[in-house]
Write a protein that binds this ligand. Sequence first.
Ligand code: IFM
Length: 468
Amino acid sequence: MVKQFPQGFLWGTATASFQIEGYTTADGRGESIWDRFCATPGAIENGDTGDPACESYVRYPEDIAVMRDLGVNAYRFSIAWPRIIPDGDGAVNSKGLDYYSRLVDALLDAGIRPFVTLYHWDLPQALQDKGGWTNRATIDAFARYTDIVVRCLGDRVKDWATFNEPWCVAFLSHEIGEHAPGVKNRKVAIQVAHNVLVAHGTALPVIRQRCPDGRAGIVLNMEPTYPMMDTEADHHAAELNHQRFNRWFLDPIMGRGYPALAWASYAGNEPEIRPGDMDIIARPLDYLGINYYSRKVVHAPSGSHQEANLHLDAMQDDAKQQGHAAYEGRILHHRDEDNVSARGWEVYPQGLYDLLTWVHTDYPGIPAFFVTENGIAWNDVMAGDGHVHDPERIAFLKQHFEAAHHALEDGVPLRGYFVWTLMDNFEWAFGTSSRFGLTYVDFNTQQRTIKDSGRWFGRVTHANAIVD
Ligand code: IFM
């Protein structure tokens, strides 16, 4: 049976400013925390930086031509705050606004609906120098920046997201330290998470005031979590990970405050919450964007799926040696090590279905959903025939589209699906070594070549259905 999507379903690709634009000093752009972080020895694989990335700052017409070839009707991209307000809270740089205005016009001319993310991680360095997201003044600066951008583009852009992946902004960047600004401090990370949520809630009425016929939401990266063993300890560990990773953001946004188990686990590191903050965070959303890449299988002793698998293997070996399958019946979930991306992320399409149906059922107040990112890193190479053959990516996308379709059939109001990503780009700490694109980019020549997966995706967008 052909799996047809509803009429008006949006098929898009997603990108982010720092990952594709390049030209990091052009036209008055200020320094961002990612420029500074890239200059830190050892922070980024191969010492790559935001230059040249994909040079989309000047090559956006080519990129839009690619999008037309892919047949997409929507494009999710982000605005670089340091292009708009180079020092974060001072003078406005009209050349930065002009760039995005041209981009939006060109998209609309091509019949492609722009979905704008206001913050996809490139904080102006000048704000970081004053404390970054730990400083409540950054919340005010974000509201002002939002106002300036929406005032300029809101006559043409109707779909807005405040933040991309607050978990990454807070924890990956301030506890794990793998992303800019490279801080490793749990208490700081928890405060950043809170301040970012307040900034999100503060920006919502600004968007609505400047773009009354628009829609405003947020994009969360979510990781469905499963216990490895059917033990109380593993169920507890899975719930803790679920609360820390998913519900830490979703619950306050939906007016439920911070989840209790995770809150207790952060004893001594709780954020400072000012009167009124929780109401600001809980302002209603027009939609929720979900970024889904993989799941997590949790085992109590470690909480890390890699270690959990080692542990599992040891237990199975032990059981085999003893000539019985003592533990087999107790294994609930086992990460499939043979089915992973080039980044080692397990391919688990069922997780997308589980996630969409869980959020829809447990948080009935969310009017609409988008899959705002989903894709796979693969070690793509240009073949001798001048094509890039990536059947693994086609298989990955097909299975995930099927999961999304299944969720739609089960009543989830899913309105669109953005593949990560339009083209190979600067993949943060992995530099340009991690290729996620539907389009192959030769970073020496900047030549774009649509991969087999991009061609296949073009057939999906044209049919508005899953094709073979
Ligand atoms: O490249 C990133 C993107 O910026 C945010 N979500 C995950 C992607 C793949 O790692």
